[in-house]
Design a protein around this ligand. Structure first.
Ligand code: NOJ
Length: 530
């Protein structure tokens, strides 16, 4: 059981559950809330403190649930509110906490607010969204682009000639956070879930809520060419007017007041490139922590990974959610080099992340060493389906392999919602859970360490040695040696020590001389008590 108080989450282990692909309890090919409840004990054994569950609200599913049409209910595909209550009760029995995913930047176009806004131009709901006059040539009001391709503006279905703003799909109209009524709606929504017992919120697109009041063009940094991936088009602009606005921090100060009586944690999904802005967000008045998203998208560039980690350590003051993977990027193991090498590198970085203050997240399947899924059917991600098959996010979203039965024991249905190639027995939970040498077992010992040795994340951090691709940190009696280099690294510990963790079996060697850390490995040692 984690300690109480506002900062209970510091030093904890989080686990992202991508609900569609976690476990299907009712045989429709899609994961659900009862499926999560049924498997929570496995996560408890693994050592998870907090589960973050991706959206399960009623939704047309145009962006796999990130298009919400009712913020205070459960989509029948995922169960009922009673199933949610049962999940929270089961988590409480196990001493685990539950975070839900809240989507405040946009709703679904099928949300009654948007339907009212386009049915009647005089409706107060019109002000819940962002409608703007067309440019003089009749085109979109400015040069903002959608993350998923095309302009961030679509013509008002009410036929006014105006446009409405959507930083994602046209079916995901952006809410107007300049209108205080929107905050009032979210006051009720946040309170609803707090009262149902949630311990925190993962806030989708937390960096996007407020927009430039003058709706100025974003500066363009490079030309956009036909056929460019939407991600590259998006990166061709500096997002100073549609994202990362200073006004957003004020909104989260209000959110803090709302959730304060329930001690709920506010954890922002913030693709923040401006590091000072990250600090402003997590300064304790607004959000508790923000995801360090850069690491979830990087390839194996050891020096960059280390310098990013240290930059965020300095900026976050403990308010960081560390994660190597999530449902929006190819899996770390595939980004880092498929197979054993990918697992080795992911373990080395994760072992360093558990030695940092904040909350460390594992994305479902990472603990099994899963590579990207091989898709065998139609793509489901709008990034692919709406951009001529462009590389999308489905590869990270394959069903979790529970065992070697049909469809890896994920479902009894003839198909899963996303068809993927079956995974070998060696990558399943059933095979790994009892094998002390498995990736799963090594993740379990890593998580156990964070709980057993709180000095690992709470004692003052001293950087003893910092090279481009290696790092030695002191934390009270502990020394963390992260060697992300492709050659071994030597370190002379002071006095006698115990090896507490090796990201690779046998990574710490040296036969009594200097400690020799294998390439691409992290080792944690503890000074022997005098
Ligand atoms: C971030 C979510 O993680 C992603 O899956 C979603 O498509 C966008 N936000 C839009 O809600």
């Amino acid at each position: 059981m984690l300690p109480g108080g506002r900062n209970w989450w510091r030093g904890s282990i989080g686990y992202e559950i991508y609900i569609r692909s976690f476990f299907d309890s009712d045989g429709d090919g899609m994961g659900d809330l009862c499926g999560i409840s049924a498997k929570l004990d496995v996560l408890d054994t693994l050592g998870v403190d907090v589960v973050w569950i991706t959206p399960f609200y009623p939704s047309p599913g145009k962006d796999q649930g990130y298009d919400v049409s009712d913020y205070v209910d459960v989509d029948p595909a995922f169960g009922t509110l009673a199933d949610f209550d049962h999940l929270v009760a089961r988590a409480t029995e196990l001493g685990m906490r539950v975070f839900v995913d809240i989507v405040p930047n946009h709703s679904s176009d099928e949300h009654p607010w948007f339907q009212a806004a386009i049915a009647d131009v005089d409706s107060p709901y019109r002000q819940y969204y962002i409608f703007r006059d067309a440019a003089p040539d009749g085109g979109p009001p400015n040069n903002w682009v959608s993350h998923f391709g095309g302009p961030a503006w679509t013509l008002d279905p009410a036929g006014t000639g105006k446009y409405y703003c959507h930083l994602f799909l046209p079916e995901q109209p952006d809410l107007n956070w300049a209108n205080p009524a929107v905050l009032e709606e979210f006051r009720e929504i946040l309170t609803f879930w707090c009262k149902r017992g949630v311990d925190g919120f993962r806030i989708d697109v937390a960096h996007g809520l407020t927009k430039d009041p003058q709706f100025r063009d974003n500066p363009q940094v490079r030309p956009v060419t036909p056929g460019m991936h939407p991600k590259d088009v998006f990166a061709s602009y500096q997002h100073v007017h549609d994202l990362h606005r200073p006004e957003t921090t004020k909104i989260f100060e209000e959110w803090r007041r709302i959730v304060q009586p329930y001690d709920a944690v506010l954890l922002g999904e913030m693709d923040v490139r401006n590091i000072e802005r990250f600090t402003e967000y997590v300064d304790g008045k607004g959000l508790d922590a923000g995801f360090v998203l850069k690491l979830s998208a990087s390839n194996w560039e050891a020096a960059t990974i280390l310098s990013d980690l240290m930059t965020y350590v300095r900026a976050a003051h403990g308010g960081a959610a560390w994660a190597l993977s999530n449902h929006d990027q190819p899996r770390a193991i595939s980004r880092f080099g498929v197979g054993e090498i990918g697992v080795r590198r992911a373990m080395a970085v994760t072992a360093l992340m558990i030695a940092l203050d904040g909350i460390t997240f594992v994305y479902q399947g990472e603990e099994l060493g899963l590579p990207d899924a091989v898709l065998t059917g139609v793509a489901m991600d709008p990034v692919s389906t709406r951009n001529d098959g462009a590389a999308g996010r489905d590869v990270a979203r394959g069903p979790l392999p529970w065992d070697s039965s049909k469809l890896n024991g994920f479902t009894t249905a003839p198909h899963t919602w996303l068809d993927t190639a079956p995974l070998p027995a060696a990558l399943t939970v059933a095979e790994q859970i009892d094998d002390p040498a498995s990736t799963w077992a090594r993740y379990r010992s890593m998580m156990e360490l964070r709980r057993r040795l709180p000095a690992l994340w709470s004692e003052p951090l001293e950087i003893f040695d910092r090279q481009a691709t290696s790092l030695v940190l002191f934390r009270g009696p502990l020394t963390i040696i992260a060697n992300l280099d492709d050659k071994p690294f030597e370190f002379i510990p002071e006095g006698e020590y115990l090896v507490e963790f090796e990201s690779q079996p046998g990574a710490a060697g040296g036969d009594g001389g200097p400690l020799r850390i294998d390439a691409e490995s992290t080792v944690i040692i503890r000074r022997r008590a005098d």
